[in-house]
Write a protein that binds this ligand. Structure first.
Ligand SMILES: [Zn+2]
Length: 282
């Protein structure tokens, strides 16, 4: 199905709405953050086993070259990327080089409100599916998007259902608003940003307007805000902390706010993949 939206912008090319008919992949699905920082964010869902494995990326904020390298370390070829879910189009979540490096069959999934910016960034619109409502990827993963505040354009948090196991992915959040809590409530695995230590941010030599942008409710979540959000969300099994500031945070500082929590905790590395989390129920 193709359609253009006369209300938000005029597009002289087709925008594909929703996904193609699902071809669910059998076998386990694993979640892995390849790297996460303000220098670049990319996570991966690996579906299936052996030669039949397929891949969904969440954000593509690393260069295609770096992404290819990190996937290769996991024994994955670039050509197995079927879908890329895009939270928003800031350069650390959508690396500009992807506009010319998409594997031939790969679809980009982005919110309709980000399309105009995507056009301006040179994203090939023939490779984009625009969403506003929940949808299902070809691999069978159900995606529930929620738009939240972040800078001028907003950001999308995703709640994914993978054969009965739920994964929440929320980054660049501005604030831990009630819609975020509601969207993520009770997920099995929660990947959420824990960007900065408030004290380190205030004491840093950064320009005051940058501090205000980050801490003013439209930028990023602090460690304290992240931990408070987790207490409300009540993730069942595992929390992965994303997007730690190198200048104004440290893994131990971020972790310290979750002491005594009933879930496992992983801090995503800015450079290298974490140990994958298998999402299927035993
Ligand atoms: Zn970011």
């Amino acid at each position: 199905m193709t359609r253009t939206d006369p209300h938000t912008l005029r597009l002289d090319f087709p925008v594909h709405l929703g996904a193609e008919p699902a071809e669910p992949v059998t076998g386990p699905t694993a979640f892995c953050v390849l790297a996460s920082s303000s220098s670049g964010n990319c996570s991966v869902l690996i579906h299936g086993e052996g030669l039949l494995r397929r891949v969904t990326l969440i954000d593509c904020g690393l260069s295609p070259r770096r992404t290819r390298l990190l996937l290769a370390r996991m024994g994955l070829d670039f050509s197995v990327i079927d879908d890329i879910l895009v939270t928003h189009l800031d350069g650390d979540h959508f690396y500009a080089g992807w506009t010319k490096a998409l594997p031939r069959h790969t679809w980009l999934h982005m919110h309709r409100k980000h399309l105009k910016r995507a056009v301006n960034a040179g994203v090939p619109m023939g490779r984009v599916t625009a969403f506003e409502e929940p949808f299902t990827l070809r691999c069978g993963v159900h995606v529930r998007p929620t738009v939240l505040t972040h800078d001028a354009w907003g950001v999308v948090a995703f709640r994914l259902d993978i054969r009965g196991v739920s994964l929440g992915y929320a980054t660049d959040l501005g604030r831990a608003s009630p819609p975020l809590i509601k969207a993520m409530k009770g997920v099995d695995v929660l990947a959420i940003e824990s960007n900065y230590c408030r004290r380190m941010q205030i004491d840093s030599d950064r320009p005051e307007e940058l501090k205000e942008r980050i801490m003013g409710g439209y930028g990023h979540l602090s460690n304290e805000e992240c931990a408070a959000a987790c207490r409300k969300i009540e993730p069942r099994e595992h929390v992965v902390l994303l997007h730690l500031s190198r200048q104004c945070n440290s893994p131990d500082t971020a972790k310290g706010h979750h002491a005594g929590a009933g879930y496992r905790l992983t801090v995503a590395d800015p450079e290298w993949p974490m140990e994958p989390i298998v999402l299927d129920r035993a």
